[in-house]
Design a protein around this ligand. Structure first.
Ligand SMILES: [Zn+2]
Length: 70
């Protein structure tokens, strides 16, 4: 078991609980889920048939609410 400090961290991994907690249900961008999916390729350019890496990031509304409510 890892002992991690509580709080919001801007990391590459997302916490579904935090996304759910801070997401705006009225947000049109993430539809209230608090998470957005983006795709990147290994070399930064997206080509056809190239393997893409899926990234989950917090939506802007989550960042906004985290600042607001801490
Ligand atoms: Zn959102």
């Amino acid at each position: 078991m890892k002992n991690e400090p509580k709080g919001f961290t801007y990391s590459t991994t997302v916490d579904y609980d935090i996304a759910d907690m801070y997401a705006s249900s009225k947000c049109k961008k993430c539809l209230g889920r608090g998470l957005n999916k983006t795709y990147t390729s290994l070399n930064g350019t997206i080509k056809k048939n190239e393997k893409l890496i899926e990234n989950l990031t917090y939506c802007d509304c989550v960042h906004k609410n985290v600042k607001k409510y801490g």
